[in-house]
Design a protein around this ligand. Structure first.
Ligand code: FAD
Length: 488
């Protein structure tokens, strides 16, 4: 049985491992010259930059895949659990460090903001409860199979559904539980972990905080790209064949069954086809002559991002691996992203510095800064005008809060923005996470991991169920493993 996977994003690589382990002959066709899609890497003038994801939670999902390697392959995936998850900065001079143990974070909140520690501890307990009860049903299984709703996990989930805060927004839940405006802002930020708006996204997403602040924040020893690199090695150990510079033009369908792909004008037959390409172009380009699920395809996109990769010729002791510089008006920032589809004058800035942990990522005495602002997906905005404007406000905010003229310290620069995210990964409109989760039904509105009318056709990655972000992309591969035929 031969399986073809279109795309070597993290979801495609994970699917290749699972299908190869199941006994399929697996071929991966990737349009780029490198694997990883959004989770890729580059070097510039002596600085190493992870191009996309920087926050790593639920490492056991990578461990599960590494454990599938061919016997004696000796492939290791070293990573560490971090004590600190993120450093937060506000314009009024307040600084707060979030820790990955609720009690320790609670103590810090009490010291800095005067809010009793148990407010944090109780909040995270509730987030943990929501995550534990809902993940089995909403994330780990297909929502489009009756068997899911007959499974033993469904009863506890249904009995507790009224505790999931489905009918309030994240902001409403946070305001009622946390009250302090800085804490509300800090916990609202978790909506951006799947590219959504905390003022619209359902309260169940407050469960995301449980991952970083309770289960833990992790860091692969050699940076995030190590995830892609390790999983490619595991796939190769199982006999998976990667074809690079090999964009797929079409999925072949005969008698309502996927029979292969067209690549470079040639039909390549397969018994099973998986598209790891964003679901929108999968339909519009690879399945153009099939019925299009317009309601699913036309859902609101998640946010995109503008990233400045800066090689900085100075070290900043007040910064850690993850740092956030908050805007003064968070609500306005999200209204700009999702309503007026532009960028507020004072956006929240995220700065990730892997050289804090992997010293070789920057020359001695220097740091590699990944400076990111959430922006709307690309709907034709004038990015050439917007990008320099945002760069000016980012520089002035960072220089103000860090009391240093940052522009003077930038030795090298590269930029990623919605248009280039789309051209490099085919993600529709450059959205980071497929469709947004701004709707309480969004979990049900994502495309299933299989085609309901075309047999032997599956979908993995961040634009389909269960959603975007590394852990969910890895889960999409697991669901395909559960749904695909066994090899007799
Ligand atoms: C800037 C940024 C920051 C992020 N931060 C985080 C974070 O901190 N934590 C986190 O968990 N997630 C984060 N994410 C999201 C995360 O990166 C994605 O959810 C995940 O990597 C998507 O993986 P995927 O499997 O959907 O594939 P993608 O990475 O989208 O890759 C799809 C692959 O398919 C290939 N392809 C497309 N069309 C074709 C074709 N026709 N033929 C052949 N190949 C094709 C593409 O070239 C690409 O390699 C971030 C993303 C970005 C861009």
């Amino acid at each position: 049985m031969k399986a073809i996977i279109i795309g070597a994003g993290i979801g495609g690589i994970a699917t290749s491992i699972r299908l190869a382990k199941k006994g399929y002959d697996v071929e991966v066709y990737e349009q780029n010259s490198y694997p990883g899609g959004k989770l890729s890497v580059f070097e510039q003038d002596g600085f190493r930059f992870d191009a996309g994801p920087s926050l790593f939670t639920l490492p056991e999902m990578v461990d599960d895949l590494v454990a599938l390697q061919k016997d004696n392959s000796q492939i290791k995936f070293p990573y560490k659990k971090l004590d600190e998850s993120c450093r937060y900065f506000w314009e009024d001079g307040k600084k707060l460090t979030a820790y990955t143990k609720p009690e320790k974070f609670g103590e810090e909140v009490e010291k800095v903001l005067g809010v009793p520690a148990e407010v944090i501890v109780n909040y995270i307990k509730k987030a943990e409860f929501k995550y534990e009860k809902s993940a089995k049903i909403f994330l780990e299984k297909s929502l489009h199979k009756t068997s899911t709703f007959l499974s033993k996990e469904i009863l506890p989930a249904l009995l507790n559904i009224y505790k999931f805060d489905l009918f309030e927004s994240m902001n409403q839940v946070n305001e009622s539980q946390l009250k302090d405006p800085k804490l509300v802002q800090l916990f609202n930020r978790f909506a951006t972990y799947n590219g959504s708006d905390p003022y619209q996204a359902p309260g169940i997403l407050t469960s995301i905080a449980n991952l970083e602040l309770n289960r833990g924040t992790f860091y692969p020893e050699a940076g995030m790209y190590q995830i892609t690199d390790t999983l490619c090695k595991v796939a190769e150990s199982l006999g998976v064949n990667f074809h690079f510079n090999a964009g797929v033009e079409k999925i072949a369908v005969e008698n309502k069954r996927a029979t292969g792909i067209y690549q470079n004008g040639q039909m390549i037959p397969a018994d099973l086809v998986v598209s790891n390409m964003d679901i929108y172009p999968t339909y519009k380009r690879l399945l153009a002559d099939q019925k299009q699920p317009e309601a699913i395809l036309n859902q609101e996109r998640s946010s995109s991002a503008l990233i400045f990769y800066w090689g900085i010729d100075k070290e900043f002791n007040e910064l850690g691996l993850h740092n956030i510089f908050f805007s003064d008006d968070y609500k306005k920032e999200f209204q700009h992203i999702f309503k007026s589809k532009t960028i507020a004058a004072d956006p929240t800035i995220y700065v990730n510095i892997t050289s804090k942990h992997t010293q070789s990522d920057a020359p001695k005495g220097m740091e590699n800064w990944f400076v990111m602002v959430n922006v709307p997906s690309n709907s034709g905005q004038d990015w050439d005008q917007l990008i320099p404007e945002i760069k000016t406000s980012v520089l002035s905010k960072l220089s103000r809060i860090l009391d240093t003229d940052i522009l003077n310290h930038i030795k090298t620069e590269s930029i990623l923005e919605p248009r280039t995210i789309e051209s490099k990964t085919s993600s529709y409109q450059g959205a980071l996470y497929g469709s947004s989760s701004n709707n309480r039904y969004s979990a049900f509105l994502r495309h299933p991991n299989f085609h309901q009318k075309i047999k032997a056709l599956y979908f993995s990655g961040g634009s389909v169920h269960p959603g975007g972000g590394i852990p969910l992309c890895l889960l999409s591969a697991k669901i395909i493993d559960d749904l695909s035929p066994e090899i007799s």
